[in-house]
Design a protein around this ligand. Sequence first.
Ligand code: OXD
Ligand code: MN
Length: 593
Amino acid sequence: MTRHKKLKNWIRQVSRLCKPDNIVWIDGSESQKKQLEEIAKSTGELIQLNQEKLPDCFLHRTAKDDVARTEHLTFICTKKKRDAGPTNNWMSPRLAYKKAKAILEGAMKGRTMYVIPFSMGPIGSPFSKIGVELTDSIYVVLNMMIMTRTGEAVLRQLGTDGEFTKCLHSKAQLDINKRLILHFPEDNTIWSVGSGYGGNVLLGKKCLSLRIASFIARKEHWLAEHMLIMGIEEPNGHIGYIAAAFPSACGKTNLAMLVPPEGLKAKNYRIWTVGDDIAWMRIDSDGALWAINPETGFFGVAPGTNSRTNPNMVQTIKKNTIYTNVLLKPDGTVWWEGADGEVPEEGIDWQGNPWRPGMVDNKGEPIKGAHPNSRFTAPILNCPSASFRLEQHHGVPISAIVFGGRRKHLTPLVYESFSWQHGVFIGATMASEITAAQMGKVGQVRRDPMAMLPFCGYNMADYFRHWLEMGKRMTHPPKIFHVNWFRTDEKGNFLWPGFGENLRILEWILQRCQGKVGAQETPIGYIPFISDIDMSGLELPPGTLEQLFKIDKKEWQEELKEIKKFFRQFKKDFPEELWQEYDALQRRLRAWV
Ligand code: OXD
Ligand code: MN
């Protein structure tokens, strides 16, 4: 398949270690994909769904304790601990290789090892990076074929001596006690063992496109970010693109493909989805920031996806989709909590057990049909709002960067930074309430700078410095904003309807980028004049918008204490500019009446 010596040697080494029965190269063809689906069906790894209602769709179930990314088992393995920084788990490369080798020794006996050459980004684009994943899981192969560009064309691009990320995955025994997700940025290598859950094993995604890529991006002066990319086309044909970072399961996917709300229909906006999870951004010759989505698919959270929350996704996942850990209905279709239609009267739950609504476990807790972090993997091209620029080698120009989090209180619906440096401070102080995509206590506030806490492949202090540097390199940097769709009233009810209605806020953001509207200065940044938000067709109880934009001095002063604790852990590595921003915010709050 290849005359790439390093690649061949590496495959030889891995097969000596893992001892697969045979090796199969993934060529990216439809016929090979079909063969693999047949094998996976015969072993039960995939269950074929109702082919009339869900053509080319399958269901997969993971092990019960393998349902989300395992951050505590995820390591950055740099020679120096300092280079991983205080927010990452660190292990020395020597120890990490040793520990993983002990698990990988003979782990593929009786199995086939698949070789998946893949490109993150359009093949041949200056943005793109190539990886090769070796895996003993057909589920991984089939997911990678949706999420990335795979096969012969990638090998051709790699040539005889091209650079690639060495990605090794083995399910091994799927034992949580023998599970490790290891990143060796200095060796451009990823080893993942003992898991079958997407975020741990689709190595092109979080592991390469964020952890390894962020490390490379710093050296090469670009940004690898946990961001959606979307375009908003005005009737005059102008498309403004935004990149937005939110922690996992905070609605990035819904926002990336929103449908304009009824009340704004007359304005004829059209949304173009470039990506829902990852943005790679480079400064082009015009001094502006341009972005691509390195992926070709969505690996989205199923629960809560329905025609109201995300009509475009409902269309997207009707064909060529792999579902993971959802409920199987008797008619061979699937369901999850918060899906369209009636709750089924019966089904097989995500663990493979018979299920009926109202069932409770031995603690009296309701038994869910689908796991709260159940997923679908579907091609972007299925999406009715897929951008026509997905294969564009230079990506799309970014007008605005938007940070966001899930906060019941504190942060207003939207605010804008005073400058790039202040915007970096806003990103660095992002915080959100934990959701089911992460292990941890759901609801607790955790600081998640730029939504990169679990994904930054090096010391976050250096990462902040890199962001500050990038601002200096651009002559036309994007403006930076922060949004919070999740603010609640005293009774805990959401104040803002969210979903498609969020376009009203994006409209304001783009108007700010075009210098079309003014704003009010507050200690935390610029907020809109309420009259500049188009509320046509949306009635909220009187005073709601005022509440959504309320800035509570006391709450912010409390927040400053938390920010200080967070910043302090970086000690002397922390960039001085962000302490200056901290002091400036403190001063502005003190002076605020
Ligand atoms: C994801 C995540 O799966 O962020 O995208 O967890
Ligand atoms: Mn994500």
